[in-house]
Design a protein around this ligand. Structure first.
Ligand SMILES: NC(=O)c1ccc[n+]([C@@H]2O[C@H](COP(=O)([O-])OP(=O)(O)OC[C@H]3O[C@@H](n4cnc5c(N)ncnc54)[C@H](O)[C@@H]3O)[C@@H](O)[C@H]2O)c1
Ligand SMILES: O=C(O)C1=N[C@H](C(=O)O)CCC1
Length: 236
């Protein structure tokens, strides 16, 4: 595949390395100062940029009829708009808050655990995420996916960022976002009762899993149109 990288930071560079190992070519690297980039010869674009740039980059891919894989987080207020535009332009689009195989298996475990605990009202659920100091958004996209999947499979109704909101949400899921040096991404879902704690945790050791998942998604999306998820890609 001829890949356009929209965002050439920590993730863009990791994707480049793994894409070359898999026999792909990087034909374009777009950074914050590249305003008029040309996508016409790309087979796919992979966006790992910043929250403020994602919507414009995705829109430009639809305009250029280039399939787009987006891993950028923190822009999801515009997600439905991008889905509609994709259908309108007959584009191809995958967004995932986390592209790693391990986290996508963890998402399935999280849903199953929420379903099993739904009949019990003795457990209180909470989420914690830890990331590196440069991360722009909080909570992480992955933590939001975990929370939304719990809400869809339990009696909880919303999530809130702990310590930055005054809202006392009786059925809300508190999310604690910690920032520590060099942490690629750690997520914990914890259920606590009077007598015990049940905890599921995913720890990324580096960024290679995110990058490989994004490239596998790009390979899978070739010659397709429509909006898909990592569940479709991985057959989960
Ligand atoms: N979905 C996942 O699996 C996953 C995994 C890791 C990171 N992420 C997300 O990916 C994004 C990037 O993460 P990172 O660690 O590489 O960040 P980073 O800060 O290292 O890199 C972002 C790059 O985007 C560039 N940029 C700024 N404006 C741009 C624009 N208009 N167009 C293109 N590029 C632009 C910046 O100059 C920077 O080089 C973040 O939103 C992060 O949350 C997602
Ligand atoms: O490094 C980041 O930034 C990450 N962002 C994603 C998120 O917000 O969930 C995935 C993990 C790494």
């Amino acid at each position: 595949m001829k890949i356009a990288l929209l965002g050439y930071g920590k993730m863009g560079k990791t994707i480049e390395q793994i894409a070359l190992e898999r026999g792909h070519a990087i034909i374009l690297k777009v950074g914050k100062n590249d305003k008029n980039y040309d996508l016409t010869s790309a087979d796919v674009a992979i966006d790992f940029s910043i929250p403020d740039a994602a919507v414009e980059n995705i829109t430009r891919c639809f305009e250029a009829s280039v399939p787009i894989i987006c891993g950028t987080t923190g822009w999801l207020d515009h997600f439905e708009e991008m889905v509609s535009l994709c259908h309108q332009k007959k584009g191809a689009f995958i967004y995932a808050s986390n592209f790693s195989l391990g986290v996508n298996l963890y998402f399935e475990l999280n849903k199953k655990l929420a379903q099993m605990l739904k009949p019990l009202d003795t457990y209180a659920v909470a989420i914690e995420e830890i990331h590196h100091l440069q991360k722009l958004d909080a909570p992480s996209g992955t933590a939001i996916t975990l929370a939304e999947d719990i809400i869809a499979n339990s009696d909880t109704t919303n999530w809130f960022l702990k310590d930055t909101t005054d809202t006392i949400a009786t059925n809300g899921i508190p999310i604690t976002a910690k920032r520590e040096p060099e942490v690629p991404g750690t997520h914990t879902v914890q259920y606590t009762s009077q007598v015990d704690t049940i905890e599921i945790k995913h720890t990324a050791h580096n960024r290679n899993g995110f990058a490989l998942g994004a490239i596998v998604a790009a390979e899978w999306l070739q010659n397709k149109t429509g909006v898909y998820t990592m569940k479709d890609v991985l057959g989960l």
